[in-house]
Write a protein that binds this ligand. Structure first.
Ligand code: SER
Length: 585
């Protein structure tokens, strides 16, 4: 059975059991800054699991695009994936254990026609937070699971929560027996020798775990299930790995055809990371140095490195993207719609990386040889840090290169240096963004706030594309550079002064809050050089008229500023004008 058929069977089966089909949410969560990507089907549904009424009812089914990056370094073996599809069905205070287990059993044995001997299940063994799940075990027996195929495990195996806090509960997992020999007398579903593969997880979400680790009962009993499409496809097709299914086979074959050196691990890494990157870009992701952008950057760069390792010309990336669009467009039509964007993004990132890689690898080899000559088998963390700091060489690649050469990297030392570096650059940017405020007194602080007002006023008078290009403050005056293609007219200058004086008279509150840089940018906060700011930034707001990333300090209320007056407006450089202004107190 092909993946698309499994997906369709799933959606239809649950539709026939009273569920409404809902669309997959984008990979990038819409209203949840706490996670980088959707990592499970339940994530976009959290408000409804907590009791909000879902507009489409109490029984839902969907397929959800997911990215999990905790296992990124494992990709290349025969099972780990960063992108995967989760089929899920939900009861929002509707049916509970019995019906959920009955439906899962029916779907697996009737729709997918898995012989019952091949199925084993696990249920929660019970602890001080929640009793042993005898009911789930009873339901499985009643449904038809064979004697001796039910196992009881504790929280580490049979309890589900996304992260540290949130809706959670005991779960019951379904395992498929691949028919391999038992690895030992005690071989059971919890063992990861590969005989048993987990295919589906039904979570009975009755509890909420708070930050302090306290469990309380939810207002409603929910069911949240997740079935891994890639795994089930692989098992039903009798394949050893997902890379042997139609989801990866075309691109794996193409890689084999193009490669000059044969590395199966590298082929898998390229195939997997390419699919993942394409899905992230199709849902709006862009490579960058922070958060999800950095995950995407890492995926693309690691893929590029393994294309190199296979000695495939990097120009073939475009062909590989074409192959993937063709083979995956039935499942994900968005890949075809966004093909141009996907190509541009991946190729541009590749070009950036080629430059970085060339320099970094050369340096790495030099350092490695040096270490070897000294009889060491560990690369110093200082070296890894230098590669990162001077050459922009990602630490995970240093680690990978070292491992390929049977060497280790002192990552503890690297982390230590990295932290010091982060702290320094944080302090540095705070310093920098005091913007010439070496002498902080009442006057310079007032000018600093007036600078924000002028920045906001010019956007109204000259147009929203007007931005700060420079600033300098002394106790006597403020100087402000901005982009503008003409000498300001007297009328424009007057309008600017009037606006600022109006805001001063209105006595607007100046407030500040700390937030993640990315959120600050999203909220529309103004800033000059976004890349120079630390991860967590301070955003200063003046009433509702101005919002800027800034290190401060500022006055508390605009009423403290006196009267604003423009003294001079002149050219500063091509396309840049300069205003000198004073506050008369
Ligand atoms: N949320 C559960 C999981 O991710 C079931 O979907 O396994």
């Amino acid at each position: 059975m092909r993946a698309i058929e499994i997906r369709n069977k799933y959606l239809n089966f649950f539709k026939n059991h009273g569920h409404t089909i809902i669309p997959s949410a984008p990979l990038i969560p819409e209203n949840d800054p706490s996670v980088l990507f959707n990592t499970a089907g339940m994530q976009p549904l959290v408000p409804y699991l907590l009791g909000a009424k879902h507009p489409l009812g109490t029984r839902l089914v969907d397929y959800q695009k997911c990215v999990r990056t905790n296992d990124i370094d494992e990709v290349g073996d025969n099972r780990h994936l960063t992108y995967f599809e989760m089929l899920g069905n939900w009861s929002l205070g509707d049916y509970f254990k019995e019906e959920s287990i009955q439906m899962s059993f029916e779907f697996l044995t009737k729709e997918l026609q898995i012989p019952v001997e091949k199925l084993s299940v696990t249920v929660f063994a019970g602890d001080e937070d929640c009793p042993r799940d005898e009911l789930a075990a009873e339901c499985w027996k009643k449904a038809g699971i064979l004697d001796g195929h039910i196992y009881y495990y504790g929280k580490e195996d049979n309890w589900w929560i996304a992260g540290e806090e949130g809706p959670c509960g005991p779960d019951t997992e379904m395992f498929y027996d691949t028919g391999k020999e038992k690895c030992g007398l005690n071989c059971q579903p919890s063992c990861d020798c590969g005989k048993y593969v987990e295919i589906w997880n039904n979570v009975f979400m009755e509890y909420f775990k708070d930050k302090d680790g306290k469990y309380t009962k939810l207002s409603q009993k929910n069911v949240d299930t997740g079935l891994g499409l890639e795994r089930v496809t692989m098992l039903l097709q009798g394949k050893e790995t997902p890379f042997d299914t139609e989801l990866f086979k075309p691109v794996m074959d193409k890689l084999q055809e193009l490669q000059r050196i044969d590395f199966i691990e590298s082929r898998r890494i390229v195939a997997e990371h390419l699919r993942s990157s394409m899905m992230i870009i199709a849902d709006g992701g862009k490579p960058s140095n922070v958060d999800r952008g950095y995950v995407l950057r890492r995926l693309i760069r690691r893929m590029v490195r393994h294309i190199n390792k296979l000695q495939i010309n990097l120009d073939e990336l475009s062909t590989l993207i074409d192959v993937n669009v063709e083979s995956l467009k039935e499942l994900y039509p968005e890949l075809e719609d966004k093909k141009v964007e996907i190509k541009e993004t991946i190729l541009e990132e590749k070009n950036k990386f080629i430059k970085t890689i060339a320099n970094g690898e050369k340096e790495f080899i030099k350092e490695m040889n040096k270490a070897k000559e000294q009889g060491k088998n560990t690369i110093d963390g200082k070296v890894a840090f230098k590669l990162y700091d001077t050459y922009g060489f990602p630490p995970e690649i240093t680690k990978e290169l070292a491992n390929e050469n049977n060497m280790e990297v002192d990552m503890n030392k690297f982390e230590e240096l990295f932290k010091v570096h982060q702290e320094k650059s944080r302090q540095g940017s705070e310093q920098k963004f005091k913007g010439g405020l070496a002498e902080q007194n009442e006057m310079t602080i007032s000018y600093h706030t007036a600078t924000h007002l002028l920045n906001a006023a010019l956007k109204i008078v000259l147009g929203p594309d007007t931005h700060q290009r420079g600033s300098n403050i002394t106790v006597e005056r403020m100087r402000f550079d901005f982009n503008c293609d003409h000498k300001m007219t007297d009328e424009e200058k007057k309008q600017t002064e009037d606006l600022i004086n109006k805001w001063i008279q209105e006595g607007l509150q100046v407030t500040s809050e700390e937030m993640k840089k990315e959120e600050a940018v999203k909220s529309g906060a103004e800033c000059m050089f976004i890349e120079k700011y630390p991860e967590v930034v301070t955003v200063y707001s003046i009433g509702t008229i101005s919002k800027e990333l800034c290190g401060g300090p500022h006055v508390k209320n605009t009423s403290e500023l006196g009267k604003f007056k423009i003294k001079k407006e002149e050219a500063s450089s091509a396309g840049i004008r300069r205003i000198k202004a004073v506050l008369e107190k």
